[in-house]
Design a protein around this ligand. Structure first.
Ligand code: DC
Length: 227
């Protein structure tokens, strides 16, 4: 069984690429950002105070399930499927806010490790995508990738995603939201986004998702061949 970690900032193309790569290798795919979004969603909808103690209680009293249906990850909180509801700009912001709290990270890191290992056994491998996959959750991953792209391209990609879902958004606002989340995700004290030791860095600016996937497959196959 093989674990492949993919980290990087918002809009670097991680989710699309991780899904395609999982399809090519026949592995399962875990979108760990969706789990932070689930906790952000619960805090937002229940108007929970944003503090360490309150978020710890919230996590303790939450049942978070992730399921794979036709290679599509569904997120279920306390029995309710919230997969589509967690993709709004408000929940993007909230997920980044709650992700800075130790109690939330403790709860989710454990769930991510348990799910990752169990799915890797079941499917032969898993592609885990997030911000701290190579640094914290799976430091022994067989491959660690760090995807990046320039801010304007990341802004355009995220803006287009929102447009495609029929959500109104200004490009400048989308870029501003990304810059804020970058600052939060890279600047937080606990497990900030950074390049893992030994990570393969790919700048996806100007590359198609297929080109990035091919490049990753070359690295994976090349290394597996060496061993
Ligand atoms: O990948 P995403 O945009 O869906 O992630 C939402 C937020 O969750 C992101 O701003 C930071 C946080 N996150 C994290 O802290 N650690 C992860 N492994 C994944 C996401």
């Amino acid at each position: 069984m093989q674990i492949i970690a993919i980290d990087g900032p918002v809009g670097a193309g991680k989710s699309t690429i991780a899904k395609l790569l999982a399809g090519r290798l026949g592995y399962a795919y875990i979108d760990t950002g969706a789990m932070y979004r689930a906790i952000g969603w619960k805090a937002y909808t229940t108007e929970a105070p944003i503090s360490e103690g309150s978020l710890e209680k919230l996590c303790d009293s939450t049942r978070l399930d992730i399921e794979l249906t036709d290679s599509q990850q569904r997120v279920i909180v306390d029995g309710k499927d919230i997969t589509d509801e967690i993709r709004t700009p408000e929940i993007s912001r909230m997920s980044s806010v709650v992700s800075a709290y130790a109690s939330v990270r403790r709860y989710l890191v454990k769930l991510q490790r348990d799910t990752g290992i169990s799915w890797a056994k079941r499917y032969g491998g898993v592609i885990a995508e997030g911000r701290d996959m190579g640094t914290v959750v799976f430091p022994d991953a067989a491959f660690k990738f760090y995807l990046d792209a320039d801010i304007v391209e990341r802004g355009k990609r995220r803006w287009k995603e929102l447009q495609d879902k029929g959500m109104e958004a200004e490009l400048s606002e989308t870029v501003k939201g990304i810059e804020e989340r970058d600052a939060n995700d890279k600047g937080r004290e606990i497990d900030p986004l950074r390049k893992a030791e030994g990570a393969i860095i790919i700048d996806t600016t100007g590359l198609s998702v297929e080109e990035v996937v091919e490049e990753m497959l070359r690295k994976i196959k090349g290394k597996s061949f060496e061993n």
